[in-house]
Ligand binder design. Structure first.
Ligand code: HEM
Length: 145
């Protein structure tokens, strides 16, 4: 599958798949997940403004996110960074953003992967999301919404 560059990512068409194209998780599948997910994020009225606040150049962010998910799902060990600090810098980040993020991420993983990999990916994302949210939104009431 083609990996999209910065200008293409924003305009990617969300064509549905007849069946999920990936049965196994590898670097190519992770690149597809990251590109499709962030193309959605950038069109989402709830999430897009937070990303626009922090990201001018999407290519480095997409590359970081591919390394992050390869390290989580394939134990690639290629991600170096501090997600808590990165999210603490974002003004106005509240629990509802995390719920929406997870919703879009799960939708994307479900389109791209068949079972049981889709459940493994969604489970990891939900665990990481819950940890990040509790560290970053300490002052906000955690309502689950
Ligand atoms: C399960 C939830 C999430 C995960 C796993 C996640 C993961 C990450 C990771 C690994 C990075 C890279 C940090 C680095 O530079 O090393 C990142 C950056 C970023 N995330 Fe998230 N994120 C989540 C939720 C969110 C939400 C809800 C938002 C906003 C609505 C958000 C906005 C951003 C932005 C704007 C950056 C770039 C920060 C910067 O470069 O200054 N993330 N995220």
């Amino acid at each position: 599958m083609k990996v999209l560059g910065q200008s293409e990512t924003a305009q990617v068409e969300m064509r549905p798949f007849e069946s999920p194209p990936f049965e196994t998780i590898d670097e190519e599948a992770i690149a597809a997940l990251v590109d499709r997910f962030y193309a959605r994020v950038r069109q989402d009225p709830t999430l897009a403004p937070l990303f626009a606040q922090a990201i001018d150049d999407w290519d480095p962010h997409l590359a970081t996110m591919r390394r992050f998910w390869a390290s989580v799902l394939l134990r690639a060990g290629t991600y170096r960074g501090n997600p808590v600090q990165a999210h603490e810098r974002l003004e106005g980040l509240v629990p509802a953003h995390f719920s929406r993020w997870l919703e879009l991420f799960s939708e994307t993983a479900t389109e791209l992967f068949s079972s049981p990999e889709r459940e493994r990916i969604c489970h990891k994302a939900s665990l990481i999301g819950a940890t990040l949210q509790s560290r970053v939104c300490r002052g906000d009431a955690v309502t689950g919404s």
